[in-house]
Design a protein around this ligand. Structure first.
Ligand code: PMT
Length: 405
């Protein structure tokens, strides 16, 4: 199989030499296309020597003395000859151009002409990564079905420490391999996923909510779709685009979420409750804005419906997976929720440590099982963990078949 490796202009370009080798070790033929920025960091000759193929260095033969194009429409030929486009490092500039369809060099033109799967490994300074513009571009690219290999946390070339460091070449090569050899082991399943926070109004302008971004739930939806499942995504208010192919059911409050879950429960074979549902709400919301007349006010809140418990009581043959967001006693709390809510598995995560839990791109979880066992998963991107969580769900499915037969 043939892949194009697009190399953007960032210091992580040197790691892409290692990536080219990792791809070739998997038997893939690798054609490298470098932006002009990339050529400031690594010489095309390095990639040519590693891959044994001419490196594409520009859109026009006259643009570069090292140009290697054989035709004026080479980007179309390259798009047709290759099964996958991987871009590493995908700089903030490239993500922006891909998201908005700008095509002013070979790689961005190739991107528009390309019809196969796309894998993007971003790398940049932490502030650039966290910028709203970059995150909006990523959301658009993710929603287009591209696989984003999240950058890790760590020491960056610019001297800062935080997210933005390109994923390791082996992890990117694994993601490329998974895209080329998609697992369809969730075919025939309908997965109902809840994601994001709920907002509980206090009056027409104020509400109570929490820090959930929806990233964990949307990563689960993306993984399930890629593995062949039908996905119903019941989502609280988030700033993410739903993955292509998911049936999105937007909700705001816990009561709306409960209604949406039961409206769509019938076809579901797997239910995953990753949403951070408010536990309390104002049962009777005033229709007017509450005036600032007193120095202090107190709120009397009522419990919201416990959706997970209710599904647990009515789950039938479905596999029911809950989450537990804890700040201490993770395993004990996960086990308690497993039992009291009649779930088949609880995904426990600590939400008071930096870089995991709410809002972050990574997470670190422990799976509590009905056998009494715990499976500890390593810190990884929410997308990678989503696959590991589905691997465990499929083991539960197999174990259930085994006891039934
Ligand atoms: O969205 P992100 O920013 O990516 O963050 C991910 C996450 C931290 C929100 C996610 O990993 C997570 O932990 N989700 C569950 C959050 C939560 O509400 O946990 P809990 O321990 O309070 O609730 C336990 C379970 O009961 C959860 O499955 C929850 O969806 C469910 N629940 C809770 C209250 C309620 N009224 N109804 C429910 O169904």
């Amino acid at each position: 199989m043939n892949v194009v490796l697009g190399v953007g202009g960032g210091i992580a370009a040197y790691k892409s030499c290692e990536l080219a080798r990792a791809l070739m070790q998997r038997g893939l033929s690798v054609r490298v296309a470098m932006t002009s920025g990339a050529q400031e960091f690594v010489r095309p000759l390095t990639f040519a020597s590693l891959t044994g193929q001419k490196v594409i260095t520009g859109l026009f033969a006259s643009a570069s003395p090292e140009a290697t194009l054989s035709s004026a429409v080479e980007h179309i030929g390259v798009a047709q000859e290759n099964q996958l486009l991987a871009v590493a490092p995908a700089t903030a500039d490239l993500l922006g151009k891909f998201a908005h369809g700008l095509a002013d060099d070979f790689l961005t033109t190739l991107y528009l002409a390309f019809r196969g799967p796309v894998v993007l490994a971003p790398a940049m300074n932490t502030h650039m990564w966290q910028h709203a513009a970059t995150q909006a571009n990523l959301a658009a690219l993710r929603a287009r079905g591209h696989r984003i290999v999240e950058p890790g946390d760590g020491y960056l070339a610019c001297g800062s420490v935080g997210p933005g460091r390109m994923a390791e070449p082996e992890a990117i090569a694994e993601a490329v391999w998974a895209e080329l050899n998609p697992r369809r082991d969730l075919e025939g399943e309908t997965v109902l996923i809840t994601a994001g926070p709920t907002q509980e109004p206090l009056d027409p302008v104020r509400y109570i909510s929490n820090r959930s971004s929806g990233k964990m739930g949307y990563a689960l939806a993306e993984a399930a779709l890629q593995r062949g499942a039908r996905v119903i995504l019941v989502s609280g208010p988030v700033r993410l685009d739903p993955p292509q192919g998911a049936a999105l059911v937007p909700v705001r409050t816990a009561i709306e979420m409960r209604q949406a879950v039961f409206d769509h429960l019938d076809p579901a074979t797997i239910v995953i409750k990753s949403a951070a549902v408010a536990d309390f709400h104002l049962a009777s919301v005033p229709s007017h804005k509450v005036k600032k007349t007193a120095a202090r006010i107190s709120l009397e809140l009522d419990p919201t419906p416990d959706i997970l418990s209710e599904v647990g009581r009515r789950k039938g043959d479905r596999l029911l997976i809950g989450f537990a967001a804890e700040t201490e006693n993770l395993k004990a709390e996960a086990r308690r929720k497993l039992e009291t809510k009649n779930a088949d598995m609880i995904v426990g995560n600590l939400v008071n440590q930096s870089g995991t839990g709410f809002e972050s791109d990574q997470n670190e979880v422990v799976l509590a099982l009905r056998t009494g066992d715990f499976v500890e998963l390593p810190r990884a991107s929410k997308r990678e963990l989503a696959d590991l969580i589905f691997d465990q769900i499929l083991k539960l499915r197999l174990a259930r078949y085994a006891t039934q037969s």
